[in-house]
Design a protein around this ligand. Structure first.
Ligand code: NAP
Length: 188
């Protein structure tokens, strides 16, 4: 079933102890897992292009920003945390939407030294977060998917032999949900 694929590593980003970050206001680029179902966030603002508005709202975003039409740093009220999936200048601009003592969590790569320094100067924090696959957690995620509490969205399934094309599509940064490599099929 396509809906049970694509969950493993990305799904771990949604698993957190309940309570620790409740009632936080969070800003994130949209992703394929509905984090609010895990009970972590109470208010989420998310960026994507206009064609994804409905989808992002269906995942539970409270506020949607079409980054092609609006600048998020002037249209979103200050937040406690930014989860950055884009990097570069978008990451740098993210500091403008963070409250003092707020945290910028970078997913694509470690935060460059100059961004870290600027954040520190402005009383904000930065973190690089990287998922480490773990069999126990993956088993828990499988249960959440089986129970219907986590809904992975699969954009495309590529045969393993087309891994390069999948990688290139992923790097372009506009995939809705996850790309899956199917090791059981062989490209024609
Ligand atoms: N550190 C880790 O453990 C970890 C785990 C998973 C992924 N990653 C990395 O995180 C990055 C993102 O992966 P992902 O799968 O979460 O996201 P993704 O599928 O690449 O999605 C990026 C999101 O950002 C939006 N976006 C694109 N350009 C933007 C801009 N200029 N301003 C604001 N929003 C913009 C896109 O909207 P549209 O699609 O509508 O254009 C999309 O919603 C990749 O580099 C991936 O390798 C890291």
């Amino acid at each position: 079933m396509p809906t049970t694929r694509g969950r493993p590593v990305a799904g771990r980003r949604g698993l957190r102890p309940r309570g620790g970050h409740l009632r936080r206001r969070v800003f994130q680029r949209w992703r394929s897992v509905d984090h609010r179902r895990s009970g972590v966030y109470t208010a989420v603002a998310a960026t994507a292009s206009g064609s994804n508005r409905e989808y992002v709202n269906s995942l539970g975003a409270d506020e949607f920003v079409d980054y092609r039409e609006q600048r998020f740093e002037t249209s979103v009220a200050p937040v406690h945390a930014v989860i950055d999936t884009v990097g570069g200048t978008v990451q740098q601009r993210s500091l403008d939407v963070l409250k003092r003592d707020g945290v910028l969590v970078a997913l694509p790569a470690d935060v460059p030294d100059e961004v870290k320094a600027e954040a520190e100067r402005r009383g904000k924090r930065t973190r690089y977060f990287s998922v480490e696959p773990n069999a126990d957690t993956l088993t828990k995620i499988s249960r959440l998917v089986a129970d219907g509490r986590v809904r992975p969205t699969v954009s495309s399934v590529y045969p393993l032999a087309e891994a390069r094309a999948a990688h290139e599509e992923g790097r372009a940064g506009h995939v809705r949900g996850k790309l899956v490599l199917d090791a059981t099929t062989v490209a024609s």
